[in-house]
Design a protein. Structure first.
Length: 135
């Protein structure tokens, strides 16, 4: 399974330099800098916000992105919501589900359940069960 690195994803993206800097800041844990361009609620884990941002950058490298607003909802093994990209108000609905991904790959934990922790750690932004543009 080929996974692009953060620098590769950013290099291929048409996003603005300022947005790319915010993505790097989010990845580094610098939320003050990141949230100048990537807005999300206080209850949303930055790592999962980063997964949504990376997924849209990798799957739609041609989009010009200056800022993003992520409105997500966290469940025990799932993160779902919407990401809105500016300047053209492009919306995507998503469901990040590492349990589903582990099940797809046959990764089972010792208790016989899908090993969602492994999928989250090893595959990160590739664990989207659903990611679609909203008209």
């Amino acid at each position: 399974m080929d996974t692009l690195t953060l620098p590769e994803i950013l290099r291929q993206s048409a996003a603005s330099h300022e947005f790319k800097a915010a993505v790097r800041a989010l990845e580094a844990g610098d939320l003050d800098h990141a949230q100048r361009r990537i807005a999300f609620g206080p209850g949303e884990p930055p790592s999962k916000v980063l997964y949504a941002v990376l997924h849209v950058l990798e799957s739609h490298p041609d989009l010009l992105i200056e800022s993003a607003h992520v409105d997500g909802y966290v469940r025990p093994t799932e993160y779902s919501g919407e990401i809105i990209l500016q300047p053209d108000t492009v919306r995507f609905s998503f469901v990040w589900d590492p349990k589903w991904k582990a099940q797809q790959l046959g990764w089972m934990a010792p208790d016989g359940q899908p090993h969602h922790g492994r999928a989250a750690r090893e595959l990160g932004h590739q664990c989207f069960r659903f990611f679609a543009r909203v008209p």
